[in-house]
Design a protein around this ligand. Sequence first.
Ligand code: GLU
Length: 507
Amino acid sequence: MSNKVRVRFAPSPTGGLHLGGVRTILYNYLFAHHHGGEFVLRIEDTDQNRYVEGAEQYIVDCLKWCGLIPDESPEKGGPYAPYRQSERKHLYYEYAQKLVDAGHAYYAFDTTNELENMRNQLRTDTNPNPQYDSNTRQQMRNSLSLPAEEVVDLLEKKTPYVIRIKMPQNQTVSFTDMIRGEIHFDTNLVDDKVLLKADGMPTYHLAVVVDDYLMKITHAFRGEEWLPSAPVHLLLWEYLGWKDNMPQWAHLPLILKPDGNGKLSKRDGDRLGFPVFAMDWKDPKTNDTTTGFKERGFLPEAFVNMLALLGWNDGTGQEIFSLDELVQKFSIDRVHKGGAKFDYEKAKWFNHQYIQHTADDKLLPLVKPYFEKEQIPIDDSYLQKVIGLIKERCTLLPDFVQQGRFFFVTPQHIDLPSIQAKWDEKKRQFFESWLAGLDGIGSWEHTAIEQHFNGVLDQHGLKKGDVLLPLRVMLVGGKFGPGVFIIAEMIGKAETALRITNVLSQL
Ligand code: GLU
């Protein structure tokens, strides 16, 4: 590649960031880093009606959490600043005007009512949704249908207008998508999209082309849902005389519902009980919060690794990749054309893998807040040891509290029925005499505790299998946790004795 690779993620700040959006960010990032290029974050906020307060900051926070930091952005600046389209408003008019002057676009003065009437009048069974296009534009109020003097007059009177692209008739426009290959569009099926709105703001269609050009974008990755807009963009690149600079496009496959039936939506997540957004998103209008992968207890590295594999693989069957390794191995040729089914169980599998391979001291600051939230008093070095003992049993970060609470507080609920099922006097006598002899254990560490335990067992003619489960339930509250003698060592002699005595009194 001769030109320096420059890619962009260009979100509209309209709400929470869907995992499909994060995957687009990731593929941008991987491609840019693989080619030693630059990754730009550009905020496409020209649609004031869809603008949502806080959504831009949220996107920035998600990028940070995922560790996918752009080289240029509104926050960071860069040689092509500003990176927020609303701050570039003054730039677009000139290009819209150029298109009008060259006959590729026109002024349209139609009011909302007139547009509505057109749709009602032209609606037929075969055309239930009439568009503003080469068939209808002559019947509307625009600079193609009205006499030239009237147009001048309307403009002089400052009549509000929009600028629309004039889609040519009977043409085929084509481009080669990096993932899908050659794609053709019939211009008769595309409407005369608005390029510049009455408030002087460009629409997405004009702004995306102008900014990709001005920002020297070489490759543009976006979701498959943008494919229908491609013919408009292709023609704009051509009409503005920039065809040779057009980025190579890759339209990424959709992320599908777990059953493969259609695009995964936030509602599917609510319905099936898994997150779809990267981080918690609180809708400022409704105050409703949608849970994110972060708050559900995913590690960002696991989330990113899982997303990389939703639509791409390296061909070897390898599933665990560090970000550096992904950068090295990623190639667009191996991105699938077909949609990728989202599988929450698989997402959890990735997180479990990452928890196992993350050092205990790295997990400590991630796990600690969950204990603090439940007001469990903790000591860092003790918690770090607990993390090492239970991480094998933890899939999501909150699991650490569930699996580890008993190391810090005496269990409130004891699963007595599972002890009572096989309880008898012999076992009670064993526990009583073991308790009485605890002071005889030299150093309170698990091998010495176990040795002493075995000795008392022999004296009572019992087998380990008879009493290990009751001991576990007494110390933990239920039938889970790591080695029971390690638990005893960790909670200490006094607490061990206290828990056993308490439970014995209830049996
Ligand atoms: N602003 C568009 C969006 O919200 C970006 C599409 C593109 O990347 O061209 O997804």
